[in-house]
Structure formats: C-alpha cells, structure tokens
Design a protein around this ligand. Structure first.
Ligand code: AHG
Ligand code: MN
Ligand code: MN
Length: 335
C-alpha cells in the first residue's frame, strides 16, 4: 500500500494477499479484478434504473431507438463478456442460462478456473429502489487443461470453492469477498471508480436479534418450523426475545445485514416448494462459503450446505444461514 494514502484498493489488497504465499500465481486476483470490473458496469446501469421514465422502460425503445435490456439480462451479458476476455476463466454457469458456457478459444481452454454467478439477485426490488446484488463463486476446474471445461467443473461441492463474494448495490456499492484467509469488504469510491477496503476481516456475530423469512408463506410451513417462528416471537428477556423480523426479499441485502449485525436468514422448503426456492450453485453455496469463512453457518436443515454434492446446475435447496448459535437453535427445532 502506498504509505501516503489511507485507501487500499481491491487490486492492491489481493496482490498483497497473494504475496503471502510463495506458490500463488495471482490468477485469482486477476479474476476478482475482472468480476469487480463487470460489477462496476452493472452498478452504473442499476443506478440508471430509476430513470426509466426518461430513458424508456425495459423492453421498449428509448429516444435513440434502442431497445432497453432487462437488467438481469444486462448483468448476465456483462459478466459473461468480461469473463470471456479474462485471462483466467475457462467457463461460466449462471442463474440466467440453462446450460453452462465453456469458453473454447485457444487461451481459455488452458485456464484453471470456472466462475458461477447469480448476475442480479433480488431483481423484484429494482422497481422500488431497494438493494439488489450480484453473487459469485470461483472453483478450480477438475477437467484436464487444454480442453474446454465440462459440467463436472461446475457441479463441485461448496467446500471446493476457492473464493466467493457478492456485490451489493445499495446506499453505497460494496464488494464483499471471502477466501480461506477470511472475509473482507470493499466500498466503491465513485470519485476514483475503485473498490476500497472498508470492512477488514469481517466476522458474523455468533448471536443475533433478527430473523429473516417470508413469513407470509407460514400456511405452507412444517409445524416444527412454525414452533421455531413462535419461539422467535416469544418474550424472554434472558435471550433477548422477541427477535425483530426483517425481510427485504433480496438475499444479498438480507445476508449483508446478517453478516454485519448477526441474525438468521431462512428460505425453507414448504408444502408447495419441497426444495425451497434458492439455487444451490448460484446463491446458497457462495453465500454459505462467505458466512462460514466469517464464522457463521449455512445449513439445509439436514446437511451443511457446503457438503452437498450438486446433482444439477439449477438445483434448489432449503437454507438456514447466519449466526452460528441461531442456526444451531433452528436445527434443534426442525431436526
Ligand atoms: P432472483 O432475483 O435472483 O431471482 O432471487 C430472488 C430470491 C432472493 O434474492 C430472495 O431471498 C428470494 O428470492 C425472495 O423470495 P420470496 O419473494 O419468495 O420471498
Ligand atoms: Mn437470486
Ligand atoms: Mn437473479
């Protein structure tokens, strides 16, 4: 870091981390920088979303006669294009695409990493100006180098993740990323267009006072889970209950709060959606990795999320994630 200033950029930080390992090649740093770049493009577009009345709404032609793209499609295309040009990405899988995409040019077939992402999470919140995000994780491929990557590279257990992160487009734009060295948060400094270290070595508190769930679905929940929700609402001074209920409906935003303040986020299975709603590969795995590297926990109710062997790209799983003691408590009720 330059001793004459206090800001440390994402790039400087990852290079500094790489230098601590003599065998590290810096490829992960390059990938993170590229994902950061894509998210700066997405951020710019997200900030313009409120201007739909002026620039034309999605799917309609704007004054220049261009058709406006839906924001999730824009975010997906942006990440794919940036990663295709990245020197270290062999392919991607995204919530927005049915199949994975193997980059088959001469350079990419020799690249070691694959990236999985939810390009825009919480997209139903765009119209109301609430926080949305991008979620990603990076794996080392297991297929042989020199050939295009294969589906097996994407269907790895969460435990194999090399790095995972999210970007939250909120009152400020932040990138939070985790490796086995820990979790760090970077806030976008708009004047220089760089993510700068603002939240060093983030830890998820062991306890919290907030529970987060779409309680409107209660009619479809299992009775054991309803007992737990009643426990959250019950008065008990010693354990600081009743807990507050907060639910934005944007996993990134709800989990960002949970990571900082502690708490429990749940998207359970219900009688209609027997595997819950959220996707293992693009939402639950990366978020569980981040939360676990920060000392928290991510669980399906039966297994640790990161231990699941994925069967298909768009697999959904129930999730209970956040402060360790709160996840353990809900497991006591539902197991
Ligand atoms: P996406 O916008 O990527 O489809 O994800 C939305 C997800 C997640 O962000 C959020 O936690 C959940 O859907 C909210 O679902 P409900 O509206 O069913 O509560
Ligand atoms: Mn999502
Ligand atoms: Mn999405």
């Amino acid at each position: 870091m330059n001793p004459n200033r206090h800001l440390m950029t994402l790039d400087e930080f990852t290079i500094h981390q790489t230098r601590q390992f003599s065998n590290a090649t810096g490829e992960l740093s390059t990938l993170l920088r590229d994902i950061g770049l894509a998210c700066k493009f997405i951020n710019k577009q997200v900030n313009k979303a409120g201007l739909v009345d002026i620039i034309g709404s999605y799917g309609k032609e704007n004054v220049q006669g261009e058709v406006q793209m839906k924001l999730d499609v824009f975010a997906d295309n942006t990440l794919i294009n940036v990663l295709k040009n990245s020197s270290d990405c062999a392919g991607i899988a995204s919530e927005e695409n049915e199949d994975f995409v193997a980059f088959d040019d001469d350079h990419s077939v020799h690249s070691k990493y694959v990236v999985l992402f939810d390009p825009l999470d919480g997209s139903s919140n765009i119209d109301v100006n609430a926080s949305i995000g991008t979620i990603f994780c990076i794996y080392k491929r297991i297929s042989p180098l020199g050939k295009p990557c294969t589906k097996e590279d994407f269907l790895q257990k969460g435990r194999n993740i090399m790095a995972a992160g999210y970007v939250i487009y909120g009152s400020s734009t932040m990138l939070v990323y985790a490796t086995r060295l820990g979790v760090n948060g970077f806030t976008l400094e708009p004047s220089i267009g760089e993510f700068c270290l603002s939240h060093k070595d983030m830890k998820c508190p062991d306890n919290g006072k907030i529970y987060s769930i779409n309680q409107g679905n209660s009619g479809k929940y299992d009775s054991k889970l309803l007992d737990f929700l009643n426990y959250c609402m019950e008065e008990d001074q010693a354990s600081k209950r009743p807990y507050s209920h907060r639910y934005i409906g944007s996993m990134v935003a709800d989990l960002h709060r949970t990571l900082i303040k502690g708490g429990l986020f749940m998207y359970p299975a219900d009688s209609k959606n027997t595997n819950g709603k959220l996707r293992l590969l693009y939402e639950c795995n990366p978020m569980s990795y981040i939360v676990e590297m920060a000392g928290g926990m991510g669980h399906t109710g039966k297994d640790s999320i990161l231990d699941l062997a994925p069967e298909k790209l768009h697999q959904r799983v129930p999730i209970f994630i956040g402060s360790k003691n709160m996840v353990e408590k809900v497991l006591e009720f539902i197991k």
